[in-house]
Design a protein around this ligand. Structure first.
Ligand SMILES: [Cu+2]
Length: 146
């Protein structure tokens, strides 16, 4: 029965392919009600001197260091003077001066910004620094450094 053998081989091939496919495409799910928010500073805050603490808040999920894959957790990323990555946000969050990673599970950070207007926004990333599905991010705020 050569035809049956052929189908069997195809089935094995297809299941190998399907088993491997989600590793590339799947994003870590976020639970309903998950919310990122900036505790401090408040929108419109004027900072004198350029150094400030940023306090990061998360509801209905937990903070976990990078590399540790536990459901409903992630680590904070602070986006400075930049927009959210384009949807579907299935790529690793960049690591540069506009995208700070808090991979040790920090929930507050001391940052320094030059004088002027700046935007801050938080984006949660999974153990691989990829945003969840649906993505969990805060409102974007504007602060003024004098
Ligand atoms: Cu990260």
């Amino acid at each position: 029965m050569p035809k049956r053998i052929m189908l069997g081989a195809l089935y094995v091939f297809a299941s190998l392919f399907l088993a491997n496919a989600p590793a590339f495409a799947a994003q870590t799910p976020s639970p309903p009600g998950a919310e990122e928010y900036i505790i401090w500073p408040a929108d419109g805050t004027v900072i004198h001197g350029g150094k400030l603490w940023v306090r990061m808040g998360l509801r209905n999920m937990g903070v976990c260091p990078k590399g540790v894959n536990i459901p409903n957790t992630g680590h904070h990323h602070l986006l400075i003077d930049t927009d959210l990555p384009p949807m579907p946000m299935d790529q690793e969050i960049p690591s540069d001066r506009n995208h700070l990673h808090f991979g040790a599970g920090e929930t507050d950070a001391r940052i320094e910004l030059p004088p002027g207007k700046h935007t801050l926004q938080l984006l949660l990333g999974d153990y691989n620094h990829v945003p969840h599905n649906p993505p969990v991010y805060s409102k974007k705020i504007t602060i003024i450094v004098k």
